[in-house]
Design a protein around this ligand. Structure first.
Ligand code: T5A
Length: 212
């Protein structure tokens, strides 16, 4: 018997988060866990999905300033956490989220240069002690990740930023993931089969330790 958990998957564009979320869902099903909610950030509620469209849109004359971008990410996050994630967890449902607040630290602080203490303040104001039980960080080189994303479709506003932006974002991810407890780091530069195999092995190992 395992109590339901909140699992987050993090990483740069093209890291393979979509594949990882599905892989975790399948592992949980093998444990006979059927109540699973899969969400993405920003998004997964009607309001948060509208915020997502706004964030990704390229405006001709009025692009988002970094502080607005950060606040929109948090607005979408709080809407999702309060409307869907917390109620699901209270009802015994497992939640897998494609990104959470570590993304804001990596992209808006590491990438865009907003002071970490501002993001920590938002985190303590709005999330308080609400934290994932497990964070899986898919570590991909920015070049490989962007090549994968580009192969799939044209790049949106954030994806169009420079390689330097993504290098700073990755550096911030790596620095902060090591400060967190309950994290798994996966080499996401490998082919999808090997990445899936490594995720399966590490998540199973973690799950076995959660059995009450
Ligand atoms: N953002 C988000 C912030 O700036 N701050 C925040 O606080 C939050 C929450 C979200 C954007 O918002 C930013 C980050 C993002 O720019 P998004 O579209 O959800 O927008 O962006 P991503 O989450 O990065 O979505 P991606 O789809 O680009 O990344 P994934 O999910 O990691 O990649 P995935 O799985 O779709 O794979 C992309 C392609 O690569 C292939 C897949 O088949 C697919 O074609 N692939 C591989 N190919 C070879 N080998 C592998 N190992 C592969 N893994 C995947």
């Amino acid at each position: 018997m395992i109590k339901n958990k909140f699992i987050v998957v993090e990483g740069l564009e093209g890291a393979g988060k979509t594949n990882a979320c599905m892989c975790i869902k399948n592992i949980l099903k093998k444990y006979n866990i059927k109540n699973i909610l899969l969400v993405r950030q920003p998004g997964s509620t009607p309001i948060a999905e509208d915020i997502r469209k706004l964030i990704k849109k390229k405006f001709n004359t009025d692009n988002l300033i970094k502080e607005t971008e950060l606040l929109l990410m948090y607005a979408a996050r709080i809407q999702l956490v309060e409307k869907k994630i917390k109620p699901a967890l209270e009802n015994g449902i497992w939640v897998i989220s494609d990104r959470h607040d570590l993304s804001s630290l990596a992209y808006q602080s590491g990438g865009l240069g907003i002071k970490k203490k501002i993001i920590s303040k938002l985190q303590s104001l709005f999330l308080q002690d609400f934290m994932p039980d497990l964070t899986i960080y898919l570590d991909v080189s920015p070049k490989i990740g962007l090549e994968r994303a580009l192969k799939r479709n044209t790049l949106d506003l954030i994806e169009s930023r420079s390689l330097k932006f993504f290098k700073k974002t990755r550096k911030c991810y790596l620095k902060n993931i090591k400060l967190n407890q309950n994290t798994i780091i996966i080499n996401a530069n490998l082919n999808i089969k090997r990445v899936t195999k490594n995720i399966t092995k590490k998540v199973l190992n973690w799950l076995n330790k959660q059995v009450i």
